[in-house]
Structure formats: structure tokens, C-alpha cells
Design a protein around this ligand. Structure first.
Ligand code: HEC
Length: 207
């Protein structure tokens, strides 16, 4: 029943909120290529007519990890003002300050092919709502769950999130247990590391 009930609102939610850009600023130790770099380069640079594998503008493709990691000057080029040759060129929108900061940190850390799952898990006693859970909710959930209504419960405050942890829905949904509404709805999948962090925070591991 839950699946059937969720189908129509999910489709609407995806079409209305699919493009919500939740600025997410990872801390130094949390940068990972597949989340913080690849999607930004994909949307901002690897477009048809620019740096996709067919056009290869200026001889540069920015599609795969090795394409991106081999452009040593990438952090400088995205940081430069557009009038001075910064990329992407006008009229395309410059990358946001958060995106530039994350890519610059990734280069400083050695341009590694990291996924979020390869990052070490935080110590369970150090996990807090504001440092760990808020960024996860912002990244995966808030686009749809900012208000209560057709889009399910609100997940914007500690109390909202705690309530959904306590009634069992939030964990069962992100763990994609049979019979529960799989979350996040749509194409995005939470990394297993982020699921573990929510589980650890909710006490599921310490019980
Ligand atoms: C693309 C939109 C979208 C995203 C992103 C999304 N949700 Fe949902 N969520 C929905 C909709 C729509 C419903 C209502 C489904 C229903 O009632 O059948 C819902 C329902 C829920 C519910 C209540 C389910 C129940 O069994 O009553 C929870 C809890 C939830 N979502 C958690 C999350 C969490 C946690 C995230 C992030 C990891 C997330 N959602 C991301 C659209 C979304």
C-alpha cells in the first residue's frame, strides 16, 4: 500500500524539486570525488559543445576521473573571474563559492578518486545532529521535506528528525526495508557511509 500511495506524490516531488540546489559545504576531512567534484564538473563543464568526450573543447574532456584529475590547473581555472578566462565562460553560470572551495580542497588533498564510502567513519561518540546529520538531510532530503504536506514529514529541525527516527520510519526508509517507502525518493541514493552515520547517531548500533 505504501508503495502505491507514494507513487504519484513522488513523481510530482521529483519534477518540482529535482533541481533544488542544496548548498553543501563539506569539512576538510570530508571531501570525496564522487559527491563533491564529479557531479559539479559534470553539470558545469562536461556539457555538449564544451568538455564532453565528443566536443573536447581545447582538447580537454572532463568526463571520467582520469580526465578531471589530469587537468592540474583545474582549481585555478574555476577560481579565475570569467572576464579573465575563468571557466565556465559567460554566459554560463560560474560555479558557486562552495563548489569552488570543495574542488580546490580536493586538488589540495591530492585529487584522489574517493567515494564517500571510502572516507573513515566518524567516531560514534563524536556524531552530532548539527555537524553530521544536518549536512546529510540538506544533501538528500530537504529538497522535498522542507514543509509538511504531500511530501511527507518535515525534516528541517532536530525535533522533526528525532520524531521520524523514533517512530521508525526514517531508518527503515533509508535502509530500503521491504514494505517501507524507499528514501530519498527519485534517482539519488544515499552512500552507505551516510546511512551508517544516521544509524550510529540514532543509536541503532549501540543498542
Ligand atoms: C524527491 C523527493 C523526496 C526526497 C529527496 C526525499 N523524500 Fe522522503 N518522502 C517523499 C514523499 C513524496 C513522501 C510521501 C510518501 C507517502 O506518503 O507515500 C515521503 C515520505 C517520507 C517519510 C514518511 C514515510 C512514511 O512511511 O510515512 C520519511 C520518514 C521520509 N520521507 C524520509 C526521507 C529522508 C530521510 C530523505 C533523505 C534521505 C527523504 N525522505 C528524501 C519525497 C522525498
Amino acid at each position: 500500500m505504501k508503495y502505491i500511495k507514494s507513487f504519484i506524490p513522488c513523481c510530482l516531488a521529483i519534477s518540482f524539486f529535482g533541481c533544488v540546489n542544496n548548498a553543501y559545504t563539506p569539512s576538510d576531512e570530508e571531501i570525496c570525488f564522487t559527491r563533491d567534484v564529479q557531479p559539479v564538473i559534470d553539470a558545469g563543464c562536461a556539457k555538449s559543445g564544451c568538455h564532453d568526450s565528443t566536443t573536447k573543447s581545447a582538447g580537454i574532456a572532463l568526463v571520467t576521473y582520469s580526465d578531471i584529475a589530469s587537468v592540474e590547473a583545474i582549481a585555478g581555472i574555476i577560481t579565475k573571474p570569467q572576464l579573465e578566462g575563468g571557466m565556465p565562460p559567460a554566459p554560463w553560470v560560474k560555479l558557486s563559492d562552495e563548489q569552488i572551495a570543495a574542488i580546490t580542497k580536493w586538488v589540495d588533498q591530492g585529487s584522489n578518486n574517493t567515494t564517500c564510502d571510502s572516507l573513515p567513519l566518524p567516531d560514534s561518540s563524536s556524531i552530532t545532529y548539527s555537524k553530521h546529520i544536518v549536512p546529510i538531510m540538506n544533501l538528500y532530503c530537504i529538497g522535498c521535506h522542507v514543509q509538511q504536506g504531500a511530501w511527507g514529514p518535515k525534516l528541517g529541525t532536530y525535533e522533526d528528525v528525532r520524531e521520524e527516527i523514533e517512530n521508525g520510519n526514517l531508518l527503515s526508509n533509508i535502509q530500503r526495508k521491504p514494505g517501507y517507502v524507499p528514501m530519498p525518493a527519485g534517482r539519488t541514493r544515499m552512500s552507505s557511509r551516510d546511512i551508517r552515520i544516521v544509524e550510529m547517531w540514532s543509536g541503532a548500533y549501540s543498542k
